[in-house]
Design a protein around this ligand. Sequence first.
Ligand code: PMV
Length: 347
Amino acid sequence: KYIDKTSFTWQTPSNIALVKYWGKSNPQIPKNASISFTLNNCHTITKIDFQKKEKSAIVDFDLFFEGKPKEEFKPKIAEFFKRIQEYCPYIFEYKMIINSENSFPHSSGIASSASGLSAIARCLMSLEQEINPNLSSEFINKKASFLARLGSGSASRSIEGPLVVWGNHPEIEGSSDLFGVQFPYKVHPIFENYQDAILLVDKGEKQVSSTVGHNLMHNHPYAESRFLQANENLGKMSKILQEGDIKNFVNLVESEALTLHAMMLTSNPYFILMKPNTLEIINKIWEYRQEKNSNICFTLDAGANVHVLYPENEKESVNQFIENELSKFCQKNQYICDTVGFGAKEI
Ligand code: PMV
């Protein structure tokens, strides 16, 4: 039963991987399983107005970003609709007016594809639920993540929280290559309300997109051992999270970040996304950890920005360290303080 006119607004988060996804096969199937913290403050808010129209062969939508028409984002969204059309045939029956905004500064170097695409996916699932009210919330979350994955792999991890696994893994019950699932085991309290300060080292456009980076894992000399290692690391991370083994958490998270970048350094063509200040910050974090006997650590996305991770009980001291010592390595001294969050919210 199709509705004439309806609209939904969803806020969906960004996420930061602890065990990284880098390498995929078609259609957006990861070569290894990954796990991420869902973020709280870094999010996208998207409203979609759906207006019933005659069924057409092309998907009809307008896109506004922060209140202004955004032609340059349209091809990516059009491609997303193309990939999901067989799972959401109703998109041909509506004119969609998409209004989107991010909580983080525009072109801050924070990937907005995870939160941006998961927000559209979640709005579509609200429409689907209005058409078919019998759908369970479990089905809706899984399908929202399934659709988001087809837009951007890591977006599959931006529906739920605080920890999401994407990719089939023998030690994670219910895990799947097709959608993200909430980490199914009890997590030690030390990892509750974990802090993530995102240091904005370089706000420019990345020189190599993650699509190109994933593709360079085909024929990469270390690809097969990397995929095996990532799956092993996910098994280790699962135990660490349950047992509260924070020393090994620090070690594994940093190793994963550097391994991700090592894959970039050793691909053909090779490339470097870190900047001198990325390394300055990493060295300062290592000094601080040793001097203060702290559990601070870093991770990296496919870019130069540094995510500083630390438990809530170190919040005051680490926040001071960031403000006094690390912010000078950031563009315009900018960084964003975030914490682990709980996933998509309807607004
Ligand atoms: O979702 P994509 O295709 O942009 O890939 C992102 C991959 C990393 O952010 C580098 C790692 C990850 O698991 O999020």
